[in-house]
Design a protein around this ligand. Structure first.
Ligand code: GLN
Length: 488
């Protein structure tokens, strides 16, 4: 049962071949078996899951079936869930139980899903290997004995879905946190257009970049989950009126003489990637050509400055967003001599090193001496990148580029902060521009590990992004069934 895709499981549920209770039990068993090894969940919610499943079976029996009725999912532990601990993987929120439900998690309830638990992540979603989690890093189920990273910050979500400990999961992508972890775990991960999925009730990192989105095993599954997550929300002032609805299977966008101009980014051609990434990317381009796509070189002149701009803007917004954790309102409080001492002691004990580093950088770039030199420059670069993408999309319909330079690295690798930041090179520009981008498996490298390619579109072209991703998924044809990756 664990090897069924979401779309297949839904069909079997609807045909009464399986029940939501059976499906949920199978997933809870799998969590029991591999949960500790993978460390993909911070909190598992078995009672809630069984209750959700029973309610789902009852709805189906009564003929009131919901769009994703009975589908067991993992929720990144950044989305507030009423009555269920929501930690952001931080000591600061270790015991925080929200009294409200985030819009995204509410939409999953409304779609009839079953909540298996809250997935591990980097602390406050700041990181690339999920190693900044207060609860320890999740592990990649591929070649488990090697203890590779499942990526970050949504590394618990990707570890869970790839290992068959959830059928789909939510992620958030501020600079690549859905796409990078999905790429290195053989999954599909979609950063939708900014504003398509509500941020309300999702612990804020960098508000102008934070983008909730789906992670699943196939493009069709991803589209189905996005369809449940997206939609206007009055509680989020940046929420878009444009919705996203779809039913699987997605329509082909190539073949039968269909015309499509696919851009490749000139500036990325000189970026060093692994030989496997290089050859798989070229292979997939050939495949697209043979399906009738026209390949066009486009230029995003400032794209290599995206990293520098991102690592100014994101910490700036984070330092402001995380000022609320002061021991007065939420979470941890460590009593000091006076109020300032309490602030200091609480923040010193509650935040990990990476979060502190970002608070310090963010506060520095926003200070009056630095604002014009750093923050304003970064904002200008951001504008230029967004404009360049707009011009590029006058020459082509969609863009493709690698999701990462190489395959999953060992959790034991000792990278400097700057080396970690550099891993976001292929992903941050799309957040700065607010445009949709989907990472889809491109094939397996010679070491047997998966690699991903991104499909990028103009704002609100999420559907075509997914449609092209599906063609790439089909030609790449990797086997990402959980039981071929781990266990039987
Ligand atoms: N790796 C990036 C960072 O550490 C992206 C994180 C994210 O998208 N949440 O900021």
């Amino acid at each position: 049962m664990i090897n069924l895709t979401l779309t297949e499981a839904l069909k079997k549920l609807n045909n009464r071949e399986i029940s939501a209770v059976e499906l949920t039990r199978a997933y809870l068993d799998r969590i029991e078996k591999y949960g500790a090894d993978l460390n993909c969940y911070i909190t598992v919610t078995p009672e809630r899951a069984m209750a959700d499943a029973a309610a789902s079976d009852a709805r189906r029996a009564a003929g009131d079936t919901l769009p994703l009725d009975g589908i067991p999912i993992a929720m990144k532990d950044l989305f507030a869930t009423r009555g269920i601990r929501t930690t952001a993987a931080s000591r600061m929120l270790e015991n925080f139980i929200p009294e409200y439900e985030s819009t995204v998690s509410q939409k999953f309830i409304d779609a009839g899903t079953v909540l298996l638990g809250k997935a591990n992540l980097d602390e406050f979603a700041m990181g690339t290997f999920s190693k900044t989690s207060f609860f320890g890093a999740p592990v990649n189920p591929w070649q488990l004995e090697k203890r590779l990273t499942a990526g970050g910050s949504s590394g618990g979500s990707t570890s869970a879905v790839a290992g068959g400990l959830a059928l789909a999961a939510t992620g958030t992508d501020t600079g690549g946190s859905i796409r990078f972890p999905s790429a290195i775990t053989g999954l599909v991960g979609m950063k939708p257009t900014y504003g398509l999925c509500s941020r309300w009730g999702c612990v804020a990192f960098a508000s102008s970049l934070d983008t909730p989105g789906p992670i699943a095993r196939t493009v069709d599954d991803t589209a189905m989950v996005l369809s449940a997550m997206a939609g206007h929300d009055e509680k989020d002032s940046t929420s878009s009126k444009n919705g996203f609805t779809c039913t699987a299977p997605l329509e082909p966008i190539l073949g039968n003489g269909k015309k499509l101009r696919v851009g490749i980014i000139k500036e990325f051609a000189d970026v060093k990637v692994s030989d496997d990434m290089k050859s798989l990317f070229e292979k997939r381009i050939c495949d697209l050509k043979s399906m009738g796509a026209e390949i066009i070189e486009v230029s995003i002149p400032n794209i290599l400055d995206a990293l520098a701009a991102y690592y100014i803007i994101a910490p700036a917004e984070a330092s402001s967003n995380l000022a609320r954790y002061d021991g007065m309102r939420y979470g941890l409080r460590i009593e000091g001599r006076d109020i300032y001492d309490t602030f200091k002691k609480t923040r010193a004990a509650g935040f990990g090193d990476e979060v502190k580093r970002r608070m310090i950088i963010g506060t520095a770039v926003l200070s009056s001496e630095s604002y014009d030199v750093y923050f304003m420059q970064a904002a200008r670069v951001r504008r230029m990148i967004a404009d360049s993408f707009n011009s590029a999309f006058e020459q082509c319909d969609l863009i493709i580029c690698p999701s990462s330079a190489g395959t999953a690295m060992s959790l034991a690798s000792d990278l400097s902060p700057l080396e970690y930041y550099a891993l976001d090179l292929f992903t941050v520009a799309m957040n700065l521009a607010g445009i949709p981008a989907c990472s889809v498996p491109a094939g397996l490298a010679t070491n047997g590990l998966p690699l991903g390619i991104q499909v990028v579109g103009r704002r609100f072209d999420d559907m075509r992004v997914l449609q092209l991703a599906k063609h790439i998924e089909t030609v790449a044809g990797i086997d990402n069934r959980p039981t071929t990756i781990i266990g039987k």
